[in-house]
Design a protein around this ligand. Structure first.
Ligand SMILES: C[S@@+](CC[C@H](N)C(=O)[O-])C[C@H]1O[C@@H](n2cnc3c(N)ncnc32)[C@H](O)[C@@H]1O
Length: 391
């Protein structure tokens, strides 16, 4: 059974061969520690267990035991419920917690997941890495009014009680989040010219800048950056970054600005062909019209300037990944314009869909850090990469 800690450890897999991480093997290999791999596996199981526990918290055990389709479960629910439920049922089937027969989902196991056991295993093998587990618990306890009262996920999940849990999650000492920032940092560093003007989109409270500044200083390339424009749409994140960031990033020439990637950049004071690099870590997938946003971003780059995207990635569009649980309650994640060619689904995409969307928007010389498809084929649970593309 998936929730069984012993079985999880048995399927841990080997760290990737260094060849898969070239030319950055030395800097990337330490990411794939045993603690990291255990966290990935336990979080996958913990997310499945939490999603199932949430369905039971909502009083749906009898319906699941008798078997239900997605449509039947959504009947009488607010329309927004279809997004998370449409993700949860197939994910729970994929993880072996629900049986799936003829479009219906059945709960057959009497005691599906040992959540405490998984937490204890992670605490023993990867001490100090509670952030993701705490966040999953917080989502489970705060989200029921999304279903029962139709309240927006953003309002429930970014309230004062959960805000510190998000801050703890988006940190470089969170072993499962650090790769997002490190990959993007290596992609940005390669080819960064003296005098570079960089803009970061959706910078949150600054986990990327907090990795960038000390690393670039230590490696002797911080002075290549002439301006680092730190932006986000959320006033609370921006205010916190303005308060704390400079102390942790000495030497990084910071400028702060509110910026919404769903609004024309010209109207927000970002001049055409004015930037050497634009960086966005786990943000551009929320673009309401991905094509329009990518074209607008490209127009702000100087010739040869680069867009560097750090993104959670799916091995295939129809395979749910555990990280989608957290975001499937947020309309910014789910309510985007779809296009069968460039944006076939909402949320996280495959490496190939990203590449197609960027090429279609006029970007060229695309490069993944690390070379992502062989790495994902080796570690199917692995789900992050950075893509650098020239304007
Ligand atoms: C998943 S968080 C990542 C934060 C940060 N990049 C990090 O890695 O620590 C996504 C960020 O995108 C921001 N965001 C969401 N919608 C946005 C929009 N329309 N324009 C700009 N930023 C947005 C959020 O406020 C949040 O800070």
């Amino acid at each position: 059974m998936l929730g069984d800690p012993d079985q999880l450890l048995g399927s841990l897999g080997d760290p990737p061969d260094p060849d898969l991480l070239e030319p950055h093997a030395q800097e990337l290999a330490p990411l794939f520690s045993r603690a990291f791999r255990i966290l990935h596996r336990t979080l996958e199981g913990y997310t499945a267990g939490t999603a199932l526990a949430l369905l039971l918290d909502l009083g749906w055990e009898a319906r699941l035991r008798e078997g239900t389709s997605l449509d039947a479960l959504c009947a009488g629910q607010p329309a927004q419920a279809r997004f998370p439920l449409g993700w949860m049922l197939p994910f729970l089937a994929q993880e072996g917690l629900l049986a799936q027969r003829e479009g219906r989902f059945f709960l057959e196991d009497p005691h599906p997941v040992d959540l405490q056991g998984l937490r204890a295993l992670a605490a023993a093998e990867a001490p100090g890495q509670e952030a993701s587990f705490d966040l999953l618990d917080g989502v489970r306890s705060h989200i029921p009014p999304f279903f029962t009262e139709g309240r927006p996920g953003e309002e429930l999940l970014f309230d004062l009680a959960l805000f510190p849990l998000w801050l703890a999650y988006f940190r470089n000492d969170n072993l499962v989040y650090r790769p997002n920032n490190l990959f993007a940092l290596l992609a940005l560093r390669d080819g960064l010219a003296q005098g570079s003007r960089i803009l970061e989109l959706g910078a949150g409270v600054g986990s990327f800048a907090r990795l960038l500044a000390p690393t670039a200083r230590e490696q002797g390339w911080l002075d290549r950056i002439t301006e680092y424009r730190f932006t986000d749409v959320a006033p609370a994140f921006l205010r916190k970054a303005q308060r704390d960031l400079a102390a942790d990033t000495p030497g990084l020439p910071l400028a702060f600005q509110s910026l919404d990637l769903n609004r024309p950049l010209d109207a927000q004071g970002i001049l055409p062909a004015s930037l050497d690099a634009i960086v966005g870590i786990n943000v551009v997938h929320v673009a309401r019209n991905l094509e329009a946003t990518l074209r607008d971003l490209r127009s702000r780059l100087k010739p040869g300037g680069r867009l560097v995207l750090g993104e959670c990635l799916k091995p295939s569009l129809d395979r749910p990944i555990y990280l989608e649980f957290l975001f499937s309650f947020m309309s910014t994640f789910t309510s985007v314009e779809l296009d069968p060619r460039w944006r076939p689904v909402h949320g996280f995409l495959t490496p190939e869909v990203w590449a197609d969307a960027l090429r279609h928007a006029g970007f060229q010389n695309l490069r993944w850090v690390p070379e992502i498809r062989p790495l994902m084929d080796h570690c199917p649970a692995f789900n992050a990469g950075a893509l650098s593309a020239e304007a």
